[in-house]
Design a protein around this ligand. Sequence first.
Ligand SMILES: N[C@@H](CCC(=O)N[C@@H](CS)C(=O)NCC(=O)O)C(=O)O
Length: 203
Amino acid sequence: MTKPRLTYFDAPVSRGEECRLALHVAGVEFDDVRIKRDQWPALKPKTPFGSLPVLEIPGHAMLAQSNAILVLIGRQHGMHPKDDFEAARHEAMMCHVEDLRVVVSATMRIADEAEKKKTREALVASFLPTWAENAEKQIGDGAFFAGAKLHVVDIKLHMTVRWFAGGKLDHIPATIFSGFPKLTRVHDAVRDDPRVKAWYARS
Ligand SMILES: N[C@@H](CCC(=O)N[C@@H](CS)C(=O)NCC(=O)O)C(=O)O
């Protein structure tokens, strides 16, 4: 292995896609390994925590956990604050995103449709707007989370808002975060970044 390798499922979404996008925005040439679902059982026990994404950097142990991967990329490439306290504030926002993903992902495993509907409608009534209100309190007035500069936290927020706006979560309106101007603004600012556009324009 001569260059960093990012391994995730073969889908342009979520924790793996935000790490790929961060590497691309950072200008890092990397091996973009996309595994099929049937390859996962064999790989799972070889990963640190039995989950993806994982980042491998020559000379280092395999690194898991999307937030740790993003912070490492951010630190190495000027996309995470140098100030310890401001960095921790960004990391807290990234943890807030993971809190959301854990709750919503759990509903994907509900087999009974009526139960899934009830659970998701309850999230729409309370958990999701409260999550967004709390996120908005942390976001500043610039284009991005912390002003005019794109950090790894912005990529994570973008991926999250995009997930809901995609409208693929039954019983959760695609507009769930539309009334939250700061979340919408960060999502749009990342989407409109030329490096991000270039990533999605690849053939
Ligand atoms: N906290 C971890 C969660 C990782 C995670 O749950 N990844 C999912 C895909 S997004 C996964 O590996 N699912 C397959 C499995 O758990 O077997 C992170 O942020 O990376």
